[in-house]
Design a protein around this ligand. Structure first.
Ligand code: MN
Length: 735
């Protein structure tokens, strides 16, 4: 790539004809030239030159890179949509949809260039750039466009120069580097360096110039020696010295904190040869003739860099102890090192040209995608599957949208203006009433696309997020914020229930002759919350009001009126064995309950409270049907003063126990599916399920009968049911 400037159509066409001969392709490029020339007529750049000179030179540089005819045509047309009031429809009447698509993508990226300084984040900008491009050719056109703008930056006001230069350094040069296009990367860096740190630029340039003669002499001598040696071995090769570009010297001085002469002391030579085998051969001869510095040999032929770079690197000691860095590579590797992805893209005449296939090939060679944050974690065995997954993740998994000020917001694919609003600010989300995307009013559930400019309409009169939003939001952030808001609202609604629950409790205490003021009090009630499986006063009163906690059982528990006296084994034995014999044995029933001291007793689990292993239990000696085992706090035995007997769980492998639970939730689609999924994940058998919706509170009560292993199993299930979206409370119930 030389730095010549094209002035005429002939300048361009002569460059193109060095590698394109097909009449059809040449005609296409001329047509694009004429079209752009006409559309840009009357437009001028700051330099006073016609605007067309810019697009002509973008085409010209692309031709120097040997890109295909459609890419050159798109390069010539790249500013037509944006600057000439030509629509995509008009353009696709004259040019192929492929060329129109390329130009459209370039124009979209161009819109990104207006940035609010405070919102600016180079990493985001790079991501959105790549996501918008979707095609390597678009990135190449955009890089060449920027290169020509940088070459002609002197006509811009200083402030603009600095802004464009720093964007070039932070966004464009890294992308060129990722694509391995080092000739563009180096030139962009040096130009940016010049505009950003002019004093340093001149200092380094002067130091390089001062040393040049001396260094050139040393390099020339070494080149002669190596050339002679390799020629004697009958090898074909090119050998030359190379200089580091100024910005890389500056960067090394800054980041590695080295002196200028330390960096420049390294003399660099490159040998370009025919085949890979030649490369290793040459390396062998050089190592035989000169002492290599240990640890400096790098074989990027066997292990290419991420941007496809291949070469052998070694460092040797030459005459008078001078250190030389030698790079050895084939012509093809050399071209990839300069042109990167563009070298693979290079147009080959006569070859059946399939851009889709070609891009796929390039993407397979490039692993630079890996560097982007958003890529998938799972690594597939199959390389092309892996690339597919990566491409999907980068181009499809995330959308990058912007605030009107140009702040880039990345969101998961499928996100809506509501996701955007909550990402900007919680209050923006809570008060959102409408969305404007690309200057059009759209519904709040519109799916956003990369490049969309999104603005949220808010109103102080807004009633807040609606339950419906939960159906379409994509981000957890939005979902959680909406849910929290709705919960809070629900809590407010709950306060009505709290009053009702308090009233019911007071009535119950009064009815039984207690002074209700002694008992119906937050502090007094609190110690009992855990026994009723609730954690807050509000939940407690709510449960009383909806009767999932019975008011009588609260009274009994607090006044200890059950007076439950568990019969000891002695008296039990007496009751069953009136002979008073001291036969002591243990009875184990099929239900896994052991009653110490007695045998051959009929034992069963009470159907009201359904005790399970791990629960505190008590036996009730029924009339005629043996021992019924209840949970110790079952309201049905609270009044029992006699007939209670101590019982214990016994282990029965694989036994399952029935238990009843009740789930209070907000109503939503697929709620039951989600609840049942949890139950089945925990391998509990679902016996019955029924669900009813309260239209007044929009809540849903789901009752289930499950078969579980024990109390711990149940606790796990309850805990995970509580985590299901829109679930408010989950309780074990007593019939
Ligand atoms: Mn341009």
């Amino acid at each position: 790539m030389h730095k010549g400037v094209a002035r005429t159509k002939d300048d361009l066409m002569n460059e193109v004809k060095t590698y394109i001969q097909s009449a059809e392709s040449l005609a296409l490029i001329e047509k694009a030239y004429d079209y752009a020339f006409e559309k840009h007529s009357g437009q001028f750049r700051r330099s006073g030159e016609p605007y067309f000179v810019h697009v002509l030179n973008v085409g010209y540089i692309l031709a120097q890179m040997h890109v295909g005819p459609s890419t050159i045509a798109a390069g010539l047309l790249h500013d037509v949509l944006e600057d000439c009031e030509v629509t995509s429809e008009e353009m696709s009447e004259v040019f192929t949809p492929e060329i129109t698509r390329l130009v459209e993508a370039v124009s979209k990226i161009k819109k990104l260039e207006f940035k609010d300084e405070k919102e600016y984040l180079a990493a985001n900008h790079r991501k959105i750039f790549i996501a918008l491009a979707k095609d390597v050719r678009v990135i190449i056109i955009k890089l060449v466009d920027r290169l020509h703008n940088m070459r002609t930056l002197q006509f811009m006001p200083e402030e603009k120069q600095k802004k464009i230069a720093s964007e070039t350094l932070e966004v464009y040069a890294p992308i060129a580097h990722r694509l391995g296009i080092s000739e563009i990367k180096n030139e962009l860096e040096d130009l940016s360096f010049y505009y950003l740190h002019r004093e340093d630029y001149y200092n380094i340039a002067r130091l390089v110039e001062n040393k040049k003669a001396e260094r050139d002499a040393q390099v020339t001598k070494m080149i002669e020696d190596i050339s002679q040696m390799l020629t004697e071995k009958g090898l074909q090769f090119r050998i030359f010295g190379r200089s580091k570009h100024l910005y890389s010297i500056y960067k090394k001085m800054k980041t590695k904190n080295k002196r200028f002469d330390e960096i420049l002391d390294l003399l660099a030579i490159r040998i370009v040869t025919q085949t890979e085998t030649n490369c290793y051969e040459i390396l062998g001869y050089i190592h035989a003739a000169y002492r290599p510095i240990p640890g400096r040999l790098k074989d990027y032929i066997a292990m290419p860099k991420m941007n496809m770079y291949q070469s052998l690197h070694t460092t040797i000691v030459g005459d008078e102890g001078r250190i030389f860095e030698v790079q050895i590579r084939t012509e093809e590797m050399d071209s990839v090192a300069e042109k990167g992805v563009a070298a693979h893209w290079a147009y080959k005449e006569g070859k059946k040209y399939d851009p889709t296939k070609e891009q796929q090939e390039i993407e397979e060679k490039l692993t630079w995608f890996k560097d982007l944050d958003a890529v998938t974690q799972d690594v597939s065995e199959n390389a092309s599957e892996y690339m597919d997954a990566l491409t999907r993740d980068i181009f499809e998994a995330n959308v990058y949208v912007m605030t009107p000020k140009g702040r880039v917001i990345d969101l998961p694919n499928g996100s809506t203006p509501i996701d955007f609003a909550y990402r900007v600010h919680t209050e923006v989300g809570h008060s959102a009433v409408g969305a404007i995307v690309n200057e059009m009013l759209v519904p709040l559930n519109t799916v956003l696309k990369t490049g969309d400019v999104v603005q949220i309409k808010t109103s102080k009169q807004s009633v807040g997020p609606s339950e419906d939003w939960l159906k379409f939001v994509k981000t957890n952030q939005a979902r959680n914020k909406i849910r929290n808001f709705l919960m809070k609202k629900e809590t407010e609604r709950k306060s009505e229930y709290v009053e009702k629950g308090e009233q019911m409790l007071r009535d119950e205490f009064r009815k039984r002759g207690y002074d209700e003021k002694e008992y119906v009090d937050h502090k007094k009630l609190e110690p009992y919350f855990s026994q009723f499986q609730v954690s807050t006063y509000v939940d407690f009163m709510y449960a009383v009001a909806v009767k999932s906690i019975s008011a009588p059982s609260v009274v009994e528990k607090m006044t200890n009126s059950r007076g439950a006296k568990v019969m000891d084994t002695e008296s039990l034995a007496k009751m069953y064995h009136r002979d008073g014999s001291d036969r002591r044995s243990t009875s184990v029933s099929k239900s896994g309950i052991r009653v110490a001291g007695v045998d051959s007793m009929m034992i069963s689990l009470a159907q009201c409270c359904c005790p399970i292993p791990g629960d505190e239990i008590v036996g009730y000696i029924s009339k005629g049907s043996g021992v019924k085992v209840h949970r110790a706090d079952c309201p049905n035995i609270l009044h029992e003063k006699k007939r209670l007997i101590q019982v214990e769980w016994d282990e029965i492998p694989e036994a399952k126990y029935e238990v009843n639970i009740s789930i209070l939730s907000h109503d939503r689609n697929f709620l039951l599916t989600d609840l049942v999924t949890v139950v089945s994940q925990y391998k509990a058998n679902l016996q019955t399920i029924n669900s009813s919706v309260n239209n007044e509170t929009l809540t849903c009560t789901t009752k289930m009968t499950l078969l579980v292993n024990d109390a711990e199993h149940l606790r796990n299930i309850l805990a995970n049911l509580r985590k299901v979206n829109s679930v408010i409370t989950v309780e074990r119930t007593i019939r």
